[in-house]
Design a protein around this ligand. Structure first.
Ligand code: UDP
Ligand code: MG
Length: 347
């Protein structure tokens, strides 16, 4: 690669965030220009349909460090993050939400800590969640407790996707075979030297959340099944318990029969059949979860498609900078079609 790598890349996944764009640009730019070092901002447009793409193109005109990575369709927050992080070129890579809930000013502190202590990972840890609803606080606390049990103590509580990664950590993530890793879990799993910076999580500056309950539940299910076979074991234990209970019922029934008492019979049978049916269904469902994961892994479909990367042709005399990770996504714009796609994205 002939282009000098910037000291810092800031990856911002965004989906329909046109209303927050001007605020974000103003605050983020003030912070990054103040660093006095070369940087790039990788805005990942995750298939927005509200004019975010046009907004970014307009911003790019006056902000040369802004790089726009447009995904061809909405692929979800995690996939957008992975796309941006794996393509970022900086020696350090920070990921941050577009809605200014994570204060850009904290980036400076993360960078200083990483350099001072030679850390590969710096987590942004929420000092409190006053701005979140009680329900969100409660579900988040449960989620983090579960993750610490499954992945290990190195999962910091209350750390979302606002974090700094060193180049070494990014390259390690690239080595992972998963196509859509849950970064909150695989980053702690790396176990690299890490630190924490606490920050106050603000209200969303504009627009509305893209994380309804269904998506949170999806992330939790994906997190559990991608890191642990514990639920499968739970099914086994439940199955065993079911068998034990039924064994007792059988003994009771036999004893009652021996004692000659009239056993009406059907309620116990009814209970046993229902219970066994429930246990079997539950186990089947859990098995299905894993079979589904194996199925998608075997299919090996990419988690996202890159439509255009403004860095590929705009400011590089030698074209795209090499092949992307095979584990990541697919460059739909690779090859001669790239320039056309780019022009398309800037329009
Ligand atoms: N986001 C994304 N793709 C999606 C959903 C969300 O890139 O499909 C981005 C979104 O634009 C924001 C970040 O992910 O920058 C976090 O989303 P949001 O603020 O809606 O989640 P919350 O903070 O409410 O959990
Ligand atoms: Mg948010």
């Amino acid at each position: 690669m002939t282009r000098p790598e910037p000291a810092l890349s800031v990856v911002v996944p965004m989906f329909d965030e046109v209303s927050v764009l001007p605020l974000l640009a103003r605050r983020l730019r003030a912070v990054l220009d103040g660093l006095g070092e070369a940087y790039e901002v990788v805005a990942v447009d995750d298939g927005s349909t509200d004019g975010t793409g046009a907004g970014l193109a307009a911003l790019r005109a006056g902000w040369p460090q802004l790089r726009v990575l447009r995904l061809r369709r909405n692929s979800g927050h995690q996939a957008a993050l992975v796309a941006g992080v794996l393509r970022a070129r900086g020696r350090y890579v920070v990921s941050i939400d577009a809605d200014l809930q994570d204060p850009p000013e904290t980036i400076v502190e993360m960078l200083r800590l990483a350099r001072a202590d030679d850390l590969d990972i710096v987590y942004g840890v929420r000092a409190d969640r006053r701005t979140d609803s009680a329900f969100k606080r409660w579900t988040a606390a449960g989620y983090y407790r579960l993750m610490r049990r499954l992945v290990g103590k190195q999962v910091p509580a209350q750390a979302g996707d606002f974090r700094l990664l060193s180049r070494a950590a990014v390259e390690a993530l690239r080595e992972l075979p998963e196509r859509s890793p849950v970064l909150r879990l695989v980053v702690p799993w790396l176990g690299f030297p890490s630190g924490e910076v606490s920050y106050q999580r603000d209200e969303r500056a504009a627009g509305r959340t893209k994380y309804p309950l269904s998506r949170m539940a999806g992330l939790a299910a994906e997190s559990v099944t991608s890191f642990s076979a514990a639920p499968l074991r739970f099914a086994t234990w439940l199955g065993l318990a079911g068998v034990a209970v039924c064994g007792v019922l059988v003994v009771v029934a036999v004893l009652a029969w021996l004692a000659g008492s009239t056993v009406s019979g059907w309620p116990s049978l009814y209970v046993a059949v229902l219970f066994l049916g429930a246990v079997q269904l539950l186990c089947l469902g859990l098995l299905g979860e894993y079979v589904a994961r194996i199925y998608t892994a075997v299919q090996g479909r990419p988690a996202y498609f890159v439509a255009a990367d403004s860095a590929d042709s705009a400011d590089s005399p030698d074209g795209p900078d090499g092949p992307d990770s095979p584990a990541a996504g697919v460059d739909a714009a690779a090859g001669p079609a790239g320039a056309g796609e780019l022009a398309d994205s800037l329009r």
